[in-house]
Design a protein around this ligand. Structure first.
Ligand code: PGA
Length: 266
């Protein structure tokens, strides 16, 4: 049995007072429940204060990114070891906003964001520092319309997970986040989500074997809200959610957690 896992990706939102009150609301709303795994992923500058705020709660913490090298001349970056020191258990890697949005533009206006190779190097750093990577994959609308969803997922998984060792693979978390559903209010249908998750699991079976692949949690992300969470989380290969916008409101985030508990009959 895979323990469902709901994580809140705060992105670059909230001031420190707002972050503190959000955490307080989440901790109170959960009331110590640990039926599923729950994590918050604040901006890196807030990791230390948020670690204090979740002490003695069932909420874990993740970072939204880290750098692959252990130290050195990487102005503005934070290493996996630094992230670990704040108390993080997880690190989100390869989010589409980093793959497709953040980075220099070439003369044609195309963005050279994070590559699969960069993500694989970060995955290695995260595992080497005894944390768990949440590796995001997902197709754009143009790719879906061109029937490329499965091939995009296949190549993102092959590249981004190239550095994963067999003995650590069962701890991995994959997040399927169709780019067209992120922050748009447009959610994948449960059939679309299940089909993509089943494809991802099939790739994981090929790479790591069935036992390991069946232990890997695959989150769905993209406009998850309390009112669509139950249906999405009922899909057999959907093991939780990576929540953006709705993770910034305690009632919505706790609502999604409770819907997941209901959907999985826990
Ligand atoms: P969203 O973001 O829930 O606001 O669509 C999800 C994500 O980007 O992780």
């Amino acid at each position: 049995m895979r323990k469902p896992f709901v994580a809140g990706n705060w992105k670059m939102n909230l001031d420190l007072a707002g972050a503190r009150s959000l955490v307080a609301g989440i901790v109170e709303g959960l009331g110590g429940s640990s039926k599923i795994d729950v994590a918050i992923c604040p901006p890196s500058i807030y990791l230390f204060p948020m670690a204090k705020a979740i002490v003695e709660s069932t909420v874990a913490m993740g970072a939204q990114n880290c750098w692959s090298a252990p130290s050195g001349a990487f102005t503005g970056e934070v290493s996996a070891a630094m992230v670990k020191e704040t108390g993080c258990r997880y690190v989100i890697l390869g989010h589409s906003e980093r793959r497709n949005t953040i980075g220099p533009r070439d003369s044609n206006g195309n963005i050279a964001g994070e590559s699969n190779d960069m993500i694989a190097a970060k995955v290695r750093a995260v595992f080497d520092n005894e944390m768990i990577p949440i590796v995001c994959v997902g197709e754009t609308l143009a790719q879906r319309d061109a029937n490329e969803t499965e091939s995009v997922l296949t190549s993102q998984l092959a590249g981004s997970l190239a550095s994963v060792k067999a003995e650590e693979a069962s701890k991995l978390v994959v997040a399927y986040e169709p780019v067209w559903a992120i922050g748009t209010g447009r959610t994948a249908t449960s059939a679309q989500a299940q089909a993509a998750h089943a494809h991802i699991r099939g790739q994981l079976v090929e790479r790591f074997g069935a036992d390991v692949a069946n232990a890997i949690r695959i989150q769905y992300g993209g406009s998850v809200k309390p009112d669509n969470a139950r249906e999405l989380m009922s899909c057999p290969d959907v093991d939780g959610a990576l929540v953006g916008g709705a993770s910034l409101k305690p009632a919505d985030f706790v609502g999604i957690i409770n819907e997941t508990i209901q959907a999985k009959d826990l």
